[in-house]
Design a protein around this ligand. Structure first.
Ligand code: AHR
Length: 315
């Protein structure tokens, strides 16, 4: 009788241990909704996230938001319904997230912001933000341009997606530095929505209407700058010579344009955030505490270094 009871206790213990091991070995499931595929930067960011999930054996439910906030909100709601372990997303714009983030919190699903910030008073709605300092990028572009133009320029500004964190912050950083240079004036600002085609379209229309009344271009990303370069060439302007161009991202195509003498400087915005993202996911699942912001390292690349740097660019 006693032997029988001991045997039962033994089996219960073995079962409990097996359950524990299984729980520990359960695959982490992450839902991630991306902004879209608007730029080469974004493609590299997506690739970095998908490949890192594969490398770690993490199940990734990936959704392309196609530059629409409504699509991103729908995806977050579906991740909540599927009870994923962690939700990650790169918000297309900064506002309008409170409600859906509160829903995630109510269901105890932690949220990580990747690349872009949200404008929400309650910062308990997300665990951490992994991303660049966009204000600093705007300042760096402005400092470089002020030096190159010796403090005097008529600047065309190609803005990114209206209402997005990089557009708001790059503009802010750039304008902050401009205050120290009274002879550097932004003569026109217009959005190109971070895409090459819109950058070209905007520049083409402006040149047709007003002509080449500027000698510098600040573009919030390289893709729009490359589009604008094409429009300038078609108009008969020499980009990189008649118009000095600084943009942000530091994608390979920007280095190629610099080598051809058509672009003058690119400020890096590092899209390779997959590793930091899944480090954060695993830390959260393990019950660790994370800082509210996890920064990304980046630099500034003027035309002079393009030839040496291009062979080692990863995106
Ligand atoms: O949020 C980062 C920005 O988004 C990149 O600069 C731009 O290329 C992308 O679309």
């Amino acid at each position: 009788m006693r032997k029988g009871r001991l045997l039962v206790v033994f089996f219960v213990l073995v079962l409990a241990l097996a359950c524990q091991v299984q729980a520990r070995q359960r695959r982490i499931v992450v839902g991630f909704v991306q902004v879209g595929a608007e730029s080469a930067w974004r493609t590299a960011n997506t690739e970095s996230i998908i490949s890192e999930a594969k490398k770690r054996g993490i199940e990734l439910k990936y959704v392309d938001g196609q530059q629409q906030q409504a699509n991103q909100i729908k995806a977050i709601r579906s991740f909540i319904a599927q009870k994923v372990d962690v939700i990650g997303f790169s918000p297309v714009v900064t506002t309008g997230w409170e409600q859906v983030l509160r829903e995630a919190k109510r269901h105890k699903i932690p949220v990580i912001l990747v690349d872009r910030a949200v404008d929400c008073a309650d910062d308990s709605l997300w665990v951490t933000l992994i991303g660049s300092d966009f204000v600093k990028e705007g300042r760096q572009a402005a400092h470089w341009l002020a030096g190159k133009m010796k403090g005097k320029a008529s600047i065309f500004e190609l803005e990114g997606t209206i209402g997005s964190a990089p557009t708001i912050d790059r503009k802010k950083g750039f304008q902050e530095v401009m205050k120290d240079y009274p002879e550097m004036k932004i003569i026109h600002s217009q959005t190109g929505d971070f895409t090459r085609s819109k950058g070209k379209e905007v520049m083409k229309a402006f040149l047709k209407e007003k002509g080449p009344c500027f000698d510098a271009l600040f573009s919030h990303n390289d893709d729009m700058a490359i589009g604008a370069i094409q429009a300038m060439e078609e108009y008969g302007i020499r980009p990189g010579t008649d118009v000095i161009i600084v943009s942000v991202d530091a994608i390979r195509a920007a280095f190629e344009a610099m080598i051809e003498g058509k672009l003058n400087c690119t400020v890096e915005c590092n899209p390779l955030q997959g590793r930091a993202f899944f480090d954060a996911v695993e830390a959260i699942v393990a019950g660790k505490t994370l800082p509210k912001k996890i920064p990304v390292e980046e630099g500034v690349f003027p035309q002079e270094v393009a030839r040496d740097v291009l062979p080692i660019r990863k995106y």
